[in-house]
Design a binder for this molecule. Sequence first.
Ligand code: UDP
Length: 236
Amino acid sequence: MTYKRVLLKISGEQLAGKFESGIDAELCARLANEVKELGDAGIQVVIMVGGGNFARGTQLCGHGIRRVTADQIGMLGTMMNALAINDIFMSLGLQSRCLSNIFAEQVTESFVHRLAEEYLDEGKILIIAGGIGRPYLTTDTAAVSLALELSCNVVLKATKVDGVFSDDPEKKPLSKKYVQLSGEEAVSNPNIRIMDKAALGLALEHKLPIIVFDSRKPGNILRAATGGEAGTIILP
Ligand code: UDP
């Protein structure tokens, strides 16, 4: 089964690749090739980028920095990622557009629902900056919210592990991998920490499937978007 429109969530950590922080341009170029494959298969793509390679609100607040300000700084981090990816994609011949959920008119276009729909229908890849534009949220929740707003058929959550495990596979190697998981289990099981519970709950409520997969495996993004075997599918 090939999804018609997908929301691909990429964390800042993923974009940093081999580096501690910042952006691994080589990795972004590989990502561009994989995203191009989706376009060639007729799949419309929205990308929600994280910002954890620059700043995370929860880690930054304190010592006088208010949570709201810390989250705004986090959102600016996502903006830096989105701008960089958009340039890399365009330099490789992809038709992409960066739309921001925080106002930054000198830098990039603002997210407007109708414009986003138009770009997608024209076959352009959308790269979203600024999460959903409000504090006290992460880009995981923003990803699910935006997927619903843009009628995406699935959220593809790119990670560095091959799906959802019964516990942290890096710390507990005997953890079991789920091929399929119910949304209820994903929300209620405290050992499942692959995604924010708020994001999982929102997806469950609106019957939106999420596929968690290892984006470092070549071809996995296309596999996930075409119903192939990739990671874990969380079904509502
Ligand atoms: N953020 C926010 N609202 C949003 C999305 C993100 O306030 O809608 C802030 C929040 O502080 C978050 C930071 O931006 O920690 C970076 O996003 P996230 O932590 O989700 O990045 P990732 O872990 O995916 O790299």
